[in-house]
Design a protein around this ligand. Structure first.
Ligand code: LAG
Ligand code: CA
Length: 470
């Protein structure tokens, strides 16, 4: 029977890409808990390759050497401490689980000091544990090729074997024993769905409550492996959603935000209660994972507005990408010359808005995390409105209303809503004001209408729980 998955109201996930464990602990206490974030996706916590000759790229983390919890983000004790501290303020931790393959680059010992060779990882796996293909994946129309050959040349585990399934389940159970509440299944498309289901069943047999599972299945609709093959194991990350929203906001071809409600309603997306969605992820923002037209922090206001749309629109469980600034696609996080990651908090105190971008701290993001929580009980879109291609608005019944002006001109209009009459606090401006006070009050009249002006390339949002003081 299909696994229970978190409903969309379970809240917003933030991917703190390449953050260290002590930084994540502080971020939970100071920002994520107070602001109502639901969970953090962390970078893969296991031992990984070290590649100094390429300047310690981020993708070191996707080449596992062993399942010792010693990585660029910190050690086992730091990981355990972080999970506890986040849990204490109501924030769950989801680990990125790299279980399809092992490390390819074997010239240096791994991050925990383990010496290994391709197809031979001491105490874990030897050559008989790997698939026989041993060639890079070359044919996405052939399911066996996709699941049994090597993703970008990474040694492909034979996940049909009981000993491999047990080894992988042991790793995930170990993470769960530290309090980790869910897993992003990396490269799920490259693991046969029945074999992945068997591995996850071994985990569920030993972990209570069952971890939240979301599987990385990039399905453009034209390949042998389909996202629905994976629904029985949990949630699935929908890659079409972010592409469709991105193309609309970028005005690719003749697309525009005005068409989005129709386009999303008719697209072949993962069912809402089983979908994890994003505007950009760590691959798409740098042209990895197949590339495509996705909007990223480098697009500035366009990115903010796309994210506002995702957080306001009642589909799937949203994941916010929290980036570090980069110029080249291989570039790792801010680091010393020896590859030690430099931190947001002490000792380095780099802070946010520079080398660490921290999209999740933007006022529009924290406002919309609040909006999503306040509107979750109303899953319908009401009063959809558009003017031209780039000015849209919609309601969430009597719970909330959002206006997104992606045009380069000011928008003044009288909007129809289902909101009860009253004085509402405009959420974005409240977040921006230093005091957190309600800077801008919008009055909804007895007929549910309000008239307002929205600046070019900006948005406003109202919800029922943020009324202005009488
Ligand atoms: C994923 N999802 O399914 C990750 O989101 C994605 O970031 C991972 O690839 C991929 N699956 C495998 O876990 C990343 C980089 C690759 C990198 C790989 C392994 O996008 O570029 O490959 O991690 O580190 C690198 C080199 C390749 C080389 C390969 C093997 O870039 O040129 O062939 O290592 O040595
Ligand atoms: Ca595989």
């Amino acid at each position: 029977s299909p696994q229970e998955v978190s409903p969309p109201e379970a809240g917003v996930i933030v991917h703190l890409f390449e953050w260290t464990w002590p930084d994540i602990a502080q971020e939970c206490e100071q920002v994520l808990g107070p602001r109502g974030y639901h969970a953090v996706q962390i970078s893969p916590p296991q031992e990984h390759v070290i590649v100094p000759e390429l300047g310690f790229p981020w993708w070191q983390r996707y080449q596992p050497v062993s399942y010792q919890l010693i990585s660029r983000s910190g050690d086992r004790a730091q990981l355990a401490d972080m999970v506890q501290r986040c849990q204490a303020v109501g924030v769950d931790i989801y680990a990125d689980a790299v279980i399809n393959h092992m490390a390819a680059m074997d010239t240096e010992p791994g991050s925990a000091g383990t010496t290994f060779r391709r197809y031979d990882y001491p105490g874990l796996y030897s050559s008989e544990d790997f698939n026989r293909c041993q060639q890079p994946i070359s044919d996405y129309q052939d399911a066996d090729n996709v699941t049994q050959c090597e993703l970008v040349g990474l040694p492909d585990l034979n996940t049909a074997l009981p000993q491999v399934q047990t080894q992988l389940a042991d790793y995930l159970v170990d993470l769960a024993s530290l309090g980790i509440a869910g897993f992003r299944i990396d490269a799920a498309k490259h693991i046969r769905s029945d074999e992945l289901a068997a591995i996850l069943q071994l985990v569920r047999d030993r972990v209570e409550p069952a971890p939240f599972i979301y599987q990385e299945v990039i399905d453009p609709g034209t390949e042998a492996i389909k996202k629905h093959d994976y629904y029985e194991s949990g949630a699935v990350v929908d890659f079409e959603y972010g592409r469709l929203v991105g193309e609309a906001f970028l005005n690719v071809g003749d697309r525009s935000p005005a068409d989005l409600h129709t386009v999303l309603s008719s697209a072949d997306l993962v069912p809402s209660q089983q979908a994890v969605v994003f505007i950009d992820n760590h691959d798409k923002q740098r042209g990895h994972g197949g590339g495509g037209d996705y909007v990223t922090y480098q697009d500035g206001d366009l990115h903010t507005l796309s994210m506002v749309f995702m957080l306001a629109y009642p589909y799937g469980q949203p994941r916010i990408m929290s980036s570090y600034a980069f110029e080249t696609s291989e570039q790792g996080p801010p680091a010393t010359a020896t590859g030690r990651t430099r931190t947001v908090y002490p000792p380095d105190r780099l802070g946010c808005g520079g080398e660490w971008v921290c999209e999740h701290r933007q006022p529009a993001m924290t406002a919309m995390v609040d909006f999503r929580a306040a509107t979750q009980a109303q899953p319908m879109v009401t009063d959809w409105w558009s003017h031209g291609g780039n000015q849209i608005a919609f309601g969430r019944g009597d719970r909330g209303f959002v206006v997104i002006n992606r045009a380069s001109t000011t928008l003044t209009h009288t909007f129809q809503t289902q909101l009860p009459a009253g004085d509402y606090c405009e959420l974005m401006s409240a977040e921006i004001s230093a005091t957190g006070d309600c800077d801008r009050v919008i009055r909804v009249d007895e007929t549910g209408q309000f008239r307002t002006t929205v600046a070019a390339m900006s948005a406003i949002a109202l919800h029922h729980a943020a009324r202005a003081e009488e």
